[in-house]
Design a protein around this ligand. Sequence first.
Ligand SMILES: Cc1cc2nc3c(=O)[nH]c(=O)nc-3n(C[C@H](O)[C@H](O)[C@H](O)COP(=O)(O)OP(=O)(O)OC[C@H]3O[C@@H](n4cnc5c(N)ncnc54)[C@H](O)[C@@H]3O)c2cc1C
Length: 290
Amino acid sequence: MDVAVIGGSLAGLQAALTLGRARRRVVLFDDGQPRNRAAEHVHNYLGAEDPAPGELLAAGRRQVAAYGVEIRDARVDDVTVNDAGFVVDGVPVRAVVLATGLWDELPDVPGVAEGWGRSVVACPHCHGWEVRDQPLVQLGMRGAPDRSVARALLLSRWSSDVVLCTDGDALTDAQLERLSVAGVKVRTERVAEVSAPRVVLESGEVLAPERVFVVVRQHQQSDLAERLGCQVADGAVVADEGGRTTVPGVYAVGTTAAPALLAIGAAGHASTAAVAVHNDLLELDLGGGW
Ligand SMILES: Cc1cc2nc3c(=O)[nH]c(=O)nc-3n(C[C@H](O)[C@H](O)[C@H](O)COP(=O)(O)OP(=O)(O)OC[C@H]3O[C@@H](n4cnc5c(N)ncnc54)[C@H](O)[C@@H]3O)c2cc1C
């Protein structure tokens, strides 16, 4: 095999598609935990009419299989390195593409996890249009008031009725002034519960937004990059524009390398990186090195 793609969500499947069409022999491993799996629809993806996450991936799987990509529904826990390249789950390959993605740490408030992906979401670019001009709550991440304020300001472009609940964090006068200019109302007391879409404050006051937006902390789903010796900084695997990590022959694509990417951005990044993988393998084919 030429390439093992580890992770079979949008980035991994797109990398496999580009490499398969380039006539590379590709094996793709996936353990079925795409980051958006709790959501009902994927929005903001050109050419796809708001499909369910699973529908989009199923179509992608059919597409890559048509180009000879071998798909294995399995988690990869280890990759070994040898003179010829790498061995992934017993399969020798020349290059490894990490498309293992992220998981979201949610605010520690009762009810948030239960509503996640439906009545509780994070990204206005993904889910803002559907609730435009409606009452919305931005629930902050306790201990990260700067991020909470930034997200509330962002959300205020989708609705003029946004309440920022800081969940106990005090805000500076400057922050309050910016929120006021944007028309965002503020509650700084602790949040007792999100019983979606209701938000119950510690005082007993109940807010009834159409949707609750939350601030999340993102973490890598897999530690394979670190174990392979790749540099990881600020929660992202360090990679150049071609997805090349600091370890020759190991590439990182999609949100693995650029956590802020939306779905189509993750796929686009993977396509660009897959072209780089193909070009680098061409150099190897011709007797060069990494
Ligand atoms: C609730 C929610 C809703 C969202 N809605 C939208 C939206 O509407 N529009 C939009 O543009 N973006 C949306 N996003 C963002 C979108 O989900 C991401 O941009 C996209 O999923 C990134 O794709 P990815 O391939 O980089 O990673 P991921 O989707 O995280 O996929 C990583 C894949 O790798 C697999 N994997 C990880 N480790 C291993 C391993 N060791 N072995 C084998 N497989 C492994 C996982 O199982 C998973 O399938 C949403 C995110 C969330 C959380």
